[in-house]
Design a protein around this ligand. Structure first.
Ligand code: NAD
Length: 426
C-alpha cells in the first residue's frame, strides 16, 4: 500500500515538474517575441524568492505534528507579489513555484500593479478539526511574516482554503505587526474588509470569458452543452451562472467521479447536496470516471479542478469546440498544440481564471482607501477588465499567428519584463 502511494506521489511530482518546465519554455518563447535578451529569461524563469517553512502544531490528541509550507514570490519588479495559499496533501515546491509564475502572468494580462506569488502547506484539511486548521493557519503566517505584508506580498484563498482561514491569517498578522492590517490578505469575510463578489469572482470571470468566446465563434450560449470538471468554489458557481444564462450543464465531476446526462443535469439539486469540499458525485451509483467525462460530447469543456487533465493521451479525443480553463494548468503544452491544430479554441488559465485576482486587487484597493464599493461596481469593473484583456490576447494571437496560450504569455509577461528592464535588472 505504501509503495503504491509513493508511486502515485512520484507520478504527480513528475507531472508538476513537466508543467513547470513547459511554463519556462513558453515564457522563453514569449520573452523572445517581445525582443528581450536571454538575461531577461534568466530572471523570469524562476521565482526570485522561495521560502520553505516547518510549522509545529499541537494536534487535538495532544501530540505535535510538523507541517511543511512554502511561499514563492516570482517577481516584484511591478509591485508587491500576490497569490493564494493552498492546503492540500499533494502540495510541493515545484507546484508552488509554477503557480507563482502563472500569477505573474495573470496579473500582467489583467494589468494589475502586482507580481505573482503563491503559497501552500502539505496537509489535508478534510481530516483536520477546525481548531487544528486555525492553529496551522496562524503558524504559517508567523513562519512567513518576514516576507509578506500589504506592500510586499499579499496572500489569498486557493484550493481548500476559505474566508475563515483568511480571517485567522489576517488576525495573526495584525497581532504580529500590532496594527489592524486588512490589506495583508484578500478573500476575507465582508465584515473584515472583504469585497463584494470575491467569493464568486473566479466563476464570474470564467462566465464572461465563455460568453465572449461563444460570441467570437458564433456559438449560441442558450442550450449550449457544457461539461465542468470540478464542483468546488470555481466549478459550482460557474454551473449556477451558466445555467442562469440558459446553457445546458451536461456533465460535472469531483474527486470521486463524474455525472453525465446529455439532456442536462439538475444543477440546483447538485448544488444543494454538495459538501463544503465540493463533493457530490459520491451520492450517485451511475458515476463515470473523470477521464471518461472529459471525452464526452459537449460544446464547451471547462476544466475547473486540478492540473494535467488534458494531455497528449486524450487531446485527440476531446469533442468540445471551446475549452475554457478555470483550473490552473489543466492542459499540457503538447495537448495545447494538438487541440489548437484541431481548431479548438482554448481560453487559457492565465486569462480565464483571472477574475479571482482582479477582485482580490479590488479588495486590496478598498482596504487601502477604507472606502467600499457596491456589488454592481465590482462586477462592472471586472467585466471591463476581462473583456479588455481578452481582446488584447486575441489581437496578439492574430498578430503573431500563435496559439492562445502563447499569446496570453506574451501579453502576461510584458509588464513584468518592462518593469524589470526600467529598474535595470535585465
Ligand atoms: P475547491 O477546493 O473549491 O474545489 C476543487 C474541486 O475539484 C472539488 O470539487 C474537488 O472534489 C475536485 N477535485 C479534486 N481532486 C480532483 C481530481 N483528482 N479529479 C477531479 N476533480 C477533483 O477549489 P477551487 O477554488 O474551485 O479551485 C479549482 C481550480 O481552480 C484550481 O486549479 C484552482 O487553482 C483554480 N482557481 C481557483 C480560483 C478561486 O478563486 N477559487 C482562482 C483561480 C484559479
Amino acid at each position: 500500500m505504501e509503495a503504491v502511494k509513493e508511486h502515485i506521489q512520484a507520478k504527480g511530482e513528475q507531472a508538476q515538474l513537466d508543467l513547470f518546465q513547459s511554463t519556462q519554455k513558453i515564457i522563453k518563447e514569449a520573452v523572445g517575441y517581445l525582443g528581450y535578451s536571454d538575461g531577461m529569461y534568466e530572471l523570469l524563469k524562476e521565482p526570485i524568492r522561495m521560502l520553505t517553512v516547518r510549522i509545529p502544531i499541537r494536534m487535538d490528541n495532544g501530540k505535535t505534528k510538523v507541517f511543511t509550507g512554502y511561499r514563492a514570490q516570482h517577481n516584484d519588479a511591478v509591485g508587491p507579489t500576490k497569490g493564494g495559499v493552498r492546503f492540500h496533501p499533494e502540495v510541493n515546491e515545484t507546484e508552488v513555484k509554477a503557480l507563482s509564475m502563472w500569477m505573474s502572468l495573470k496579473a500582467g494580462i489583467v494589468d494589475l500593479p502586482y507580481g505573482g506569488g503563491k503559497g501552500g502547506i502539505i496537509c489535508d484539511p478534510r481530516v483536520m478539526s477546525l481548531g487544528e486548521i486555525e492553529r496551522l493557519s496562524r503558524g504559517y503566517v508567523r513562519a512567513i511574516s518576514q516576507i509578506v505584508g500589504p506592500t510586499k506580498d499579499i496572500p489569498a484563498p486557493d484550493v481548500f482554503t476559505n474566508a475563515q482561514i483568511m480571517a485567522w491569517m489576517m488576525d495573526e498578522y495584525s497581532h504580529i505587526r500590532e496594527f489592524d492590517s486588512p490589506g495583508f490578505i484578500t478573500g476575507k469575510p465582508l465584515v473584515l474588509g472583504g469585497s463584494h463578489g470575491r467569493e464568486t469572482a473566479t466563476a464570474k470571470g470564467v462566465t464572461i470569458c465563455i460568453e465572449e468566446a461563444a460570441r467570437k465563434t458564433g456559438l449560441e450560449l442558450k442550450d449550449a452543452r457544457i461539461i465542468i470538471q470540478g464542483f468546488g468554489n470555481a466549478g459550482s458557481f460557474l454551473a449556477k451562472f451558466l445555467k442562469e444564462k440558459g446553457a445546458r450543464i451536461v456533465g460535472i465531476s469531483d474527486a470521486h467521479g463524474a455525472l453525465y446526462n446529455v439532456g442536462g443535469l439538475d444543477i440546483d439539486y447538485l448544488l444543494e447536496r454538495r459538501d463544503r469540499f465540493g463533493s457530490v458525485t459520491n451520492l450517485f451509483h451511475n458515476r463515470i470516471s473523470n477521464k471518461e467525462l472529459l471525452e464526452k460530447e459537449c460544446d464547451i469543456l471547462v476544466p475547473a479542478a486540478i492540473a494535467n487533465q488534458l494531455t497528449a493521451d486524450n487531446a485527440a479525443n476531446i469533442q468540445a469546440s471551446i475549452i475554457v480553463e478555470a483550473a490552473n494548468g489543466p492542459t499540457t503544452w503538447e495537448a495545447t498544440e494538438i487541440l489548437s491544430k484541431r481548431g479548438i479554441l482554448i481560453i487559457p488559465d492565465v486569462l480565464a481564471s483571472a477574475g479571482g485576482v482582479t477582485v482580490s486587487y479590488f479588495e486590496w484597493v478598498q482596504n487601502n482607501q477604507g472606502f467600499y464599493w457596491t456589488k454592481e461596481e465590482v462586477t462592472d469593473r471586472m467585466r471591463d477588465v476581462l473583456i479588455t484583456s481578452m481582446n488584447k490576447v486575441f489581437a496578439t494571437a492574430e498578430k503573431h499567428q500563435v496559439n492562445m496560450r502563447l499569446a496570453s504569455y506574451i501579453v502576461g509577461i510584458r509588464k513584468t519584463a518592462e518593469a524589470a528592464h526600467f529598474r535595470g535588472w535585465a
